[in-house]
Structure formats: structure tokens, C-alpha cells
Design a protein around this ligand. Structure first.
Ligand SMILES: *[C@@H]1O[C@H](CO)[C@@H](O)[C@H](O)[C@H]1NC(C)=O
Ligand SMILES: *[C@@H]1O[C@H](CO)[C@@H](O)[C@H](O)[C@H]1NC(C)=O
Ligand SMILES: *[C@@H]1O[C@H](CO)[C@@H](O)[C@H](O)[C@H]1NC(C)=O
Ligand SMILES: *[C@@H]1O[C@H](CO)[C@@H](O)[C@H](O)[C@H]1NC(C)=O
Length: 428
């Protein structure tokens, strides 16, 4: 602005030239746009050989300039992901018993994703947003490759980290799509948080603002997936969470999954999201139940299973359309497979919940009582084993990966007893 203001006097013309040169030099030297264009083209050329023709020529021309400007210095901060070699040499991160017992009163004020991004990423927010945008643009070609060429050898996260799009924030390295990796210690567990989601956009920023700092304090490696049903059929949270699990495993080889409601906020840092003592129900009480549970078999809100347990249990049932029932069915599966779920005691397991209007419950699944009676007979044939869905739309955001899927009813297995009257009455 100063430069422009002085331009109408003749002598000032030289000042203007000087200013412009200074601005340009600083810009070149500090980036980030110039380096980013270069890195983006470079990673894209590696990825999508189809568009490589013109890009390679430009890249070749740019290379000597970028080298002479020592762009590698900036590239380092964007982060070539040598994470494995790096972390293996480190001491292990703190264990669950070393986590301080800190009570948190969750902030439930309304907020926006932009504000939460700024709060969590601080001065790195622009870099993270840019990295997520770049990775998101390349994602369709990565997915296409994975879907067409059998199973690609490397996971989606591995492919993304080869694109130099990781950003260091505090003592964590963040990959686009909300994957956090500790840098100061070797994480004990790699956890996928999968949120079965629909229409709760006002809750999402509040949830992320709460859970990301909490998981960072537990020094876990974690990634957040929002698995969303994209149609007007009744909400089938269980099927959407099954899909979230399958898709999350394409991103990385997580040790366990925590299926989480978007309106549930853990109130104690000691409530450990690592993969110990699973299957695990994370909750011992919440205010609306006078810090107790309505019944001991409750298995919703936040439940964790190891990857192999979830496969063994055959995932969630796919037949529950409408609100409720699937969590009790899942509990029955867990127990029937010989697992004994754990639960934190007392205030370590307290959760606060974000209020929402109770209109949702008018879409209660009335067929659930009938369906639950047949839990055992459907267990091995309804779940991950019969799951079919069209390829979801996947988007990478700075704080989460959005898996959005248009699910449909699966064929009814003739071996299952029908819950006819109720089932047809309450389906669309
Ligand atoms: C480029 O940066 C690195 C790391 O800061 C430094 O070691 C190297 O000497 C620099 N090279 C040039 C040509 O400035
Ligand atoms: C947010 O909520 C807290 C109580 O949890 C309250 O003290 C504060 O004033 C609220 N802030 C805004 C901006 O609404
Ligand atoms: C991600 O990329 C797709 C196109 O591939 C675009 O439609 C979408 O808006 C992008 N989303 C974000 C959050 O950048
Ligand atoms: C997820 O992606 C779908 C499709 O692009 C979009 O309609 C939806 O708003 C996104 N949801 C979230 C939580 O980002």
C-alpha cells in the first residue's frame, strides 16, 4: 500500500521499483506459493502420469531456479515424511497409566470449522489448509489407481506422505485428512476415530475442537473419519460405520477403531483412546443420567474394538434403519464372540453431550425389538460379510476425512426371519 501511495511523484517511481523488487525477492525467498506450485506439480507428476507431459517440461525448466533459491529449506518444513525411521529411534510415548488425571469441562458453544482450524493449527493454519486442498485434488486419481489396479502396494496415507504434504504442528506431524503422528516419541497405538454422521454439521466443529487436543495429550497416533450417509433414507448409522471402517483401513493399518458419536465429549484426559482393554465402552455416565448409565449393557456413544476383533465379530449389523437398536445388537455380537467389554470407572468415564432437538427420535426404529431377537441367527451373515455399497465420495479436510456414501438396503437373506409388518411399516 505504501508503495502504491507514492507512485505519482516521479522520484517515487524509483522507490516503487525498489519496493516491488524487495517484495518479489521476499516472496520468492519465503514462499510459500512459488515452492508450493513447484511441489504440487512435482507430486502430481509422480502420481498422475496422464497429465505429466506439459508438467515435466515446466518442472525441468524450473528445477535449476528452485535449486539455486535453496527451496529445499522450505521443503523440509513442509516435511518429507521419513516418519518411520524417525519415530522408531525414539522412546515410547507415555502409557495410559502415565496420563495425568485432568478433568475437562467441554466447551459446547457454537463455533465454525474455520475457527477451530485456526485454533488448532495456529500459525500453520494456511499451510495445513493448502496441503489438504492439494491432497484432496489428487485424491480421485489415487483412489482410481487403488480401485482399478487391484490393491496398490502402498496405503493412501503412504501415497499422500510421499507428496510432501505433511505439516509439523507442535510436536506432531499432520497429514491431510486429519491424521496426527507424534514427533517427540514413538506412539503406542494407531487409532482410527470413525464417526457415523448425518446432518449434525453444527456439532462437528465442537466435537473436533474437543477431541483433537485430547488425543494429542494422550500422545496417540490418530486419524479422524466422518462417515456420512448421503441420502434421505432412514439413518443407518451401523452400516455407515461399517463403511467408515473399511474405508479407513484403505488409508492406514490402524490397530483399533473407536466408533464415536459426534455429540459425545469425554470429560477426562485419562479416558484413554489407545487400543488397550478392547472391546471397550468408554462411558460410565453423563449429566442427563445423573452421571450413571441407564443400563449396564449400554454400548454406544463411544466404543472401541481392535481391527481384528471387529473383523471377527463381522462388524455392525446392516439391517437397522432408523434411530436405535444397532448398539445393543453390536453388544450381543461382542459377547457372543466370547469378548468381555471393559469400561472406565467413575469420573474417568464421564461424558458430556451436546444438546440437539429431539425431533430425531420421531424416526425411531420400531422394528428394532423384533430385529434384536434374531441377532444370533444373523450375526455371521449380516455385517462386514454382506456389505455392498457404491464407491463413496471422499474429501480430505485439514481436521478430518469425509467419507460420504449413498447407501441402499441390502438384499434380505432368506435364512433370516422377517420382521415383516414393522419392517415395511417403518421403511421408506
Ligand atoms: C541451503 O540450505 C541448507 C539448510 O539450511 C544449507 O545447509 C545450505 O548450505 C544452503 N545452500 C545454499 C546454496 O544456500
Ligand atoms: C461459551 O461458553 C462458556 C461456558 O461454557 C461461556 O462462559 C462463554 O461466555 C461462552 N462464549 C461465547 C462466545 O458464547
Ligand atoms: C475436494 O476435491 C473435489 C474434487 O476432486 C471437490 O469437488 C471438493 O470440493 C474438494 N473438497 C475440499 C474440501 O477441498
Ligand atoms: C462430505 O462430502 C459430501 C459430498 O461432497 C458433502 O455433501 C458433505 O457436506 C461433506 N460433509 C462434511 C461433514 O464435510
Amino acid at each position: 500500500m505504501y508503495c502504491l501511495a507514492r507512485i505519482n511523484s516521479r522520484r517515487s517511481f524509483y522507490i516503487f521499483i525498489l519496493c516491488t523488487t524487495m517484495v518479489t525477492v521476499t516472496w520468492f525467498h519465503q514462499g510459500p506459493w512459488f515452492q508450493n506450485v513447484y511441489l504440487y506439480m512435482q507430486s502430481n507428476t509422480e502420481l498422475a502420469s496422464s497429465t505429466s507431459g506439459e508438467n515435466t517440461a515446466i518442472l525441468r525448466a524450473l528445477h535449476p531456479i528452485m535449486t539455486s533459491l535453496n527451496w529445499t529449506r522450505n521443503r523440509k518444513s513442509i516435511g518429507a515424511l521419513k516418519i518411520k525411521e524417525h519415530t522408531e529411534a525414539l522412546k515410547p510415548c507415555l502409557s495410559s497409566s502415565e496420563i495425568p488425571k485432568v478433568r475437562i469441562d467441554p466447551r459446547k458453544n457454537k463455533t465454525t470449522l474455520a475457527r477451530v482450524n485456526a485454533e488448532i493449527f495456529g500459525s500453520m493454519v494456511r499451510k495445513v489448509r493448502h496441503a489438504a486442498g492439494t491432497a484432496n485434488k489428487s485424491l480421485p486419481s489415487i483412489l482410481m489407481k487403488r480401485r482399478s489396479i487391484q490393491k496398490a502396494a502402498s496405503s493412501i496415507d503412504q501415497t499422500i506422505s510421499k507428496m510432501n504434504l505433511a505439516v509439523d504442528v507442535d510436536d506432531y506431524r499432520v497429514l491431510p485428512g486429519g491424521h496426527w503422528i507424534p514427533l517427540s516419541c514413538r506412539p503406542l497405538w494407531k487409532v482410527a476415530i470413525v464417526v457415523g454422521f448425518r446432518n449434525r454439521f453444527q456439532h462437528l466443529p465442537i466435537f473436533l475442537r474437543h477431541i483433537v487436543p485430547l488425543l494429542k495429550r494422550q500422545k496417540l497416533e490418530f486419524s479422524i473419519f466422518i462417515s456420512e450417509q448421503r441420502n434421505n433414507l432412514l439413518f443407518n448409522k451401523a452400516m455407515v460405520m461399517n463403511i467408515g471402517f473399511i474405508e479407513a483401513m484403505e488409508f492406514n493399518d490402524f490397530d483399533c477403531v473407536v466408533f464415536h458419536d459426534v455429540d459425545h465429549l469425554a470429560m477426562n484426559v485419562r479416558n484413554y483412546y489407545g487400543c488397550e482393554n478392547m472391546p471397550k465402552h468408554f462411558e460410565s455416565g453423563e449429566p442427563k443420567w445423573n452421571w450413571k448409565l441407564p443400563y449396564q449393557e449400554l454400548f454406544g456413544g463411544a466404543v472401541g474394538v481392535t481391527t481384528s476383533q471387529f473383523v471377527e465379530i463381522n462388524g455392525f449389523p446392516n439391517v437397522y434403519w432408523g434411530w436405535g437398536g444397532e448398539d445393543d445388537d453390536f453388544y450381543n455380537r461382542v459377547v457372543a464372540n466370547g469378548f468381555k467389554p471393559s469400561r472406565p470407572e467413575g469420573e474417568i468415564g464421564y461424558f458430556d453431550t451436546i444438546e440437539h432437538n429431539s425431533k430425531d427420535s420421531s424416526r425411531l426404529n420400531i422394528a428394532k425389538f423384533c430385529l434384536q431377537k434374531q441377532c444370533a441367527e444373523r450375526m455371521s451373515t449380516d455385517g462386514l460379510s454382506n456389505l455392498k455399497y457404491e464407491p463413496p465420495t471422499i474429501e480430505l479436510h485439514p481436521l478430518y476425512t469425509n467419507i460420504s456414501v449413498n447407501i441402499q438396503r441390502l438384499p434380505w437373506n432368506p435364512k433370516w426371519k422377517r420382521c415383516d409388518t414393522l419392517d415395511t411399516m417403518y421403511s421408506l
